[in-house]
Ligand binder design. Structure first.
Ligand code: ACM
Length: 522
């Protein structure tokens, strides 16, 4: 009796003061469309589903689909404290189902109602992306690693979703500063939150060669022995690289390895004197200048080197692409550049891969099927833009990485403690507010294969630095790659983006609190 009276008094107290609104607000599920990247279509309606101690995750489909179920369980168990067994019997509150042929390679449908949540896809990648949407529909505290109070409600209705572009990338420069396998895995997990599906690793540059090549061992052991600022650098063994590829694949990302050629090659030239036209190896380099190094285009050994590197790297890489750089070859004559690309692109094809090059490749003759990665600025010359657009009209696919929009190493404002500003200051709105389909004048929308957000690391040394520069802009790049143009709009986006802040807090991601975004205050 005393206990009941006590409860009544508490209820009365809650009613008397407006603080009683707080628990009620927590019990309101996140609106079904408050997701980044914006889903293609959202139909809210019906009762919410509540995850409880009795919820099961049932998976119908392959063993791979079951692994997606286990991944979801691993996200939900620590914060809910529930057992959430993964079963195959079709009876669960959360059901993951593979249905052949309806949703494309990466699309999914999420149905939520009182009786449960069903994510349906045609392939495990679609289930995985649907799981990322489900995470964002739960309270941000779901991302914590200790038991939280809940309740764990998901709004009722249907999300039907598939990507605008097949190529949605992020690049990490592991050459200017080296990042460990664990640091790369952490970034992969963060990319997966936003349905990014390509991890481009910039594996070589003037300051460091980061992948073991058995036939040219000094590339890694000597060429990888330092980094910007003179620290010890490092490199990936083949086992390390395979582990990155495996982990990325478990999050439905394809690794795109880059060996930057024929410029940005000081680490290789320092490792093998014979690669230099004068036969003299330069010293290792730990500064941040660009454009001073070049392979020796007339020498035969240059092509033995390229063949060996491409062969070994292609053998390690299950993905379709091999990026050969091609940017800022300021120490290579134009004639040599064209001759070099004419000889090297067929080597990539010989080992079964598709060429990607920075957009300077369009100044040579891009191989059939090659993709050019455009990294120009608003004030890039009309001539250079026209050259890229012409290649696009002639069949070269484009990946858009405009440096004054989505280079994640650009400072947000003058006060940003990290990063560079040669492409300008890039606040969150500027990085989001453009349309990849109509970005480069004269390039047909059909040439655009997607969007990639590169992160160069001259000033970036650890995961906290990566995260501060990537968040929040990475989420915008992901939305530009995934969401239909019809969903695009800053006013709606900034609200959805603001809702990510508490998720990043829960995940331990220290992000830039841009004043352009209405972050929740509590
Ligand atoms: C580049 O930023 N040099 C591709």
């Amino acid at each position: 009796m005393a206990r009941i009276l006590g409860s009544l008094l508490l209820v009365a107290a809650a009613g008397a003061f407006t603080v009683g609104a707080a628990p009620a607000a927590r019990a309101t599920p996140t609106p079904l469309d408050r997701v980044v990247p914006a889903p293609a279509s959202v139909t809210p309606g019906g009762s919410p589903y509540r995850i409880t101690r009795g919820t099961r995750i049932s998976v119908t489909g392959s063993g791979e689909a079951r692994r997606v179920g286990e991944y979801l369980a691993a996200v939900l168990r620590p914060s809910t404290g529930y057992p959430l067994p993964v079963t195959a019997n079709g009876h669960g509150g959360i059901r993951l189902r593979i249905t052949k042929g309806v949703f494309g390679a990466e699309g999914y449908r999420l149905d939520s109602g009182r009786g449960g949540i069903t994510i349906t896809a045609s392939a495990p990648a679609g289930l995985f992306h649907g799981v990322q949407t489900l995470r964002q529909l739960l309270p941000a505290a779901v991302e914590k690693k200790s038991v939280q109070p809940g309740p764990w409600l998901v709004a009722g209705g249907t999300v039907q979703d598939s990507p605008r572009y097949a190529y949605r990338g992020a690049m990490l420069d592991v050459s200017r500063h080296f990042f460990t396998v664990a640091q790369v895995k952490r970034y992969i997990d963060e990319l997966a939150l936003y349905k990014i599906n390509k991890l481009h690793l910039h594996l070589s540059d003037d300051q460091g060669w980061r992948i073991a090549i058995d036939s040219w061992p000094r590339l890694a052991t000597y060429g990888g022995s330092t980094q910007v600022g003179g620290g010890p650098g490092g490199h990936y063994t083949k086992a390390d690289y395979r582990e990155i590829v495996r982990y990325a694949a478990s999050r439905y990302l394809e690794v795109v390895p880059e060996i930057d050629l024929p410029g940005h090659t000081n680490a290789a030239l320092a490792s093998y004197a014979d690669l230099n036209c004068d036969g003299v190896a330069p010293p290792l380099y730990t500064g941040t200048d660009v454009g001073f190094s070049t392979l020796c285009v007339p020498k035969k050994i240059t092509y033995d080197f390229v063949d060996d590197v491409v062969r070994e790297l292609a053998a390690l890489t299950p993905g379709r692409y091999l990026h050969i750089g091609g940017d800022e070859a300021h120490s290579t004559s134009h004639a040599d550049y064209v001759a070099f690309m004419d000889k090297v692109q067929p080597v990539v094809a010989k080992y079964g891969k598709t060429v990607i090059g920075w957009h300077q490749l369009t100044g040579a003759t891009p191989a059939p099927g090659a993709l050019a990665q455009y990294w120009g600025l608003d004030d890039t010359s009309a001539e250079e833009k026209a050259q890229v657009a012409k290649a696009a009209r002639n069949g070269t696919g484009l990946i858009l990485s405009p440096a004054d929009r989505i280079y994640l190493d650009m400072k947000y404002t003058e006060d940003t403690p990290l990063g560079q500003d040669w492409a300008g200051l890039v606040e969150v709105r500027r990085s989001y507010d453009w349309d990849p389909g109509h970005y480069l004048d004269g390039a047909p929308a059909s040439a655009v294969r997607g969007v990639e957000a590169p992160l160069w690391t001259e000033t970036i040394t650890d995961s906290a630095d990566i995260e501060y520069m990537a968040f929040p802009r990475l989420a915008g790049a992901a939305e530009l790659g995934w969401s239909p143009a019809a969903t695009h709009g800053w006013d709606g986006y900034k609200v959805r983006l603001a809702a990510q802040g508490p998720r990043w807090d829960a995940l331990g991601i220290k992000y830039y609190k841009s004043p352009q975004v209405p972050w929740p205050t509590s």
